[in-house]
Design a protein around this ligand. Structure first.
Ligand code: 13P
Length: 254
């Protein structure tokens, strides 16, 4: 079974609710038409409700950018799995910006992945090495350690997507090369095969993230282990995001 490619737009902390609605308005019709690619928008929390209404009846899916692991209670400012499960199909967990600015550890992310799965949300689990780790030749050790740590004790992560985002490639305009990313993603797939068996690993979708644009998406999508992209900056420009999704559909079909 070929894997359905998945392109997700991580809007990060950009767009007010009104701007978010306007941006979806610019993309909606054209994105909806593209077949053969799963299309996921991940706007800020405060815009999820409005966007969920806008995309009802379309082929577009919705994701959140973070989540707490408790179901409810006295956790001021946090958002729980069942809150998101009413609106979203996906939740990005363990993004490097959460790890670095907010001190998220593999242990915490592991609890979040467990909670997402328990409430029927598909986690987009982010892993990736820093520049210093890369230059020290530690990429494989770091990335496989994150995969194992974040999946520890999880029996069967149905619906899991993994995003390989080298930290040095995020927002820098310095993307990894297709073959470079593919090699690490193959190692991620092997690690998942060790945990859950070959068949599960072959069905697992792995995205590349880090300075993806319409100019370089082709280089990634043609690689065998790359099943899509987690797009930051370029997902905030309607024409650019639509172009990335269209190229993915064409290349993966071909
Ligand atoms: P950029 O595409 O802006 O480099 O961001 C990548 C990213 O972090 C997506 O989650």
């Amino acid at each position: 079974m070929p894997r359905l490619p998945i392109i997700a737009g991580n809007w990060k902390m950009n767009t007010t609710p009104h701007q978010a609605v306007a941006l979806v308005g610019e993309m909606l019709a054209e994105l909806d038409e593209v077949r053969g690619v799963e299309k996921v928008l991940c706007p800020p929390f405060v815009s999820l409700g409005a966007i969920e209404r806008l995309i009802q009846g379309t082929s577009i899916k919705l994701g959140a950018q973070n989540m707490y692991f408790e179901e409810k209670g006295a956790y001021t400012g946090e958002v729980s799995p069942p809150m998101l499960a009413e609106l979203c199909q996906y939740v990005i967990l363990g993004h490097s910006e959460r790890r670095h600015h907010f001190g998220e550890t593999d242990e915490l992310i592991n609890q979040k992945v467990k909670a997402a799965l328990a409430f029927g949300l598909n986690p987009i689990l982010c892993v990736g090495e820093t520049l210093a780790e890369n230059e020290a030749g530690r990429t494989v050790e770091v990335v496989t350690g994150q995969v194992r740590g974040c999946l520890a004790g999880i029996e069967w992560p149905q619906g899991l997507v993994i995003a390989y985002e080298p930290v040095w490639a995020i927002g820098t305009g310095r993307a990894a090369s297709g073959p470079q990313a593919n090699a690490i993603m193959g190692i991620i797939r092997d690690t998942v095969a060790q945990l859950y068996g070959q068949a599960f690993a072959e069905g697992l979708r792995i995205q590349y993230g880090g300075s993806v644009t319409s100019a370089n998406i082709g280089e990634f999508i043609e690689q065998p282990h790359i099943d899509g992209a987690l797009v930051g900056g370029a997902s905030l420009q309607a024409a650019e995001f639509i172009d990335i999704v269209r190229q993915t559909a064409t290349l993966k079909r071909g």
